[in-house]
Write a protein that binds this ligand. Structure first.
Ligand code: NAD
Length: 168
């Protein structure tokens, strides 16, 4: 059985890792879609698809599990989004998502959709991690160490701070 999960992973954090570890016990292979792949360099989506792929592949490097990471741009056409995803990915049997729109679109097309259990959602949240980065608070414990290393390599926190600067 092959599973599919999609996320923006801005950045990939310990909640995402816990969910993927759990799903890996239920399926033979997992497709990890990098959602909103075209977005980067904004306060909500600071990291490029390539940077997010680095975060995920470095974190999962010692993971004995078959997975595929596939960047997926957004399209302004929710009604055909599932067909669009299918055209970009290997076939899959089950979808994992806590996102209500993702769940709705796949359920309407007849997919089995499972809602993963949330892990420490207050802290393991991209919004919270980006907030801490901007405020100079400790964010590293909320992400796998490989992700912290990637963010340091690309000077991601400095990027986020520059993006938050006002014009005046
Ligand atoms: P996300 O990074 O917030 O979350 C990814 C997954 O991880 C979700 O299923 C979420 O429930 C889970 N998760 C997050 N924190 C967790 C935690 N602490 N513990 C356990 N699980 C946790 O990404 P998202 O918003 O779900 O991504 C959906 C993507 O699909 C977006 O990029 C969106 O634009 C895209 N999309 C696009 C279209 C379109 O183009 N028309 C339509 C639907 C969705």
């Amino acid at each position: 059985m092959r599973g599919f999960i999609i996320g923006r992973f801005q950045p990939f954090h310990n909640g995402h890792l816990n969910v993927i570890k759990k799903i890996s016990k239920e399926v033979d292979e997992l497709i990890i879609g990098i959602g909103s792949a075209q977005k980067s360099h904004t306060l909500d989506n600071p990291f490029t698809a390539g940077e997010r792929i680095m975060m995920i592949t470095k974190t999962l490097k010692n993971f004995d599990f078959q997975y595929y990471v596939i960047p997926i741009n957004d399209i302004e056409f929710n009604a055909i989004w599932v067909s669009y995803v299918e055209a970009l990915t290997p076939p899959f049997d089950v979808v994992y998502s806590g996102n209500s729109l993702v769940r709705e679109l796949f359920e309407e097309r007849g997919y089995m959709v499972k809602k993963p259990e949330m892990f420490n959602r207050k802290e393991y949240s991209g919004t919270e991690i980006r907030r801490r980065m901007l405020n100079g608070e400790e964010w590293e414990p909320l992400v796998p160490k490989e992700v912290a290393e990637v963010i340091k390599e690309i000077r991601g926190v400095e990027r986020l701070i520059r993006l938050s600067e006002k014009d005046y």
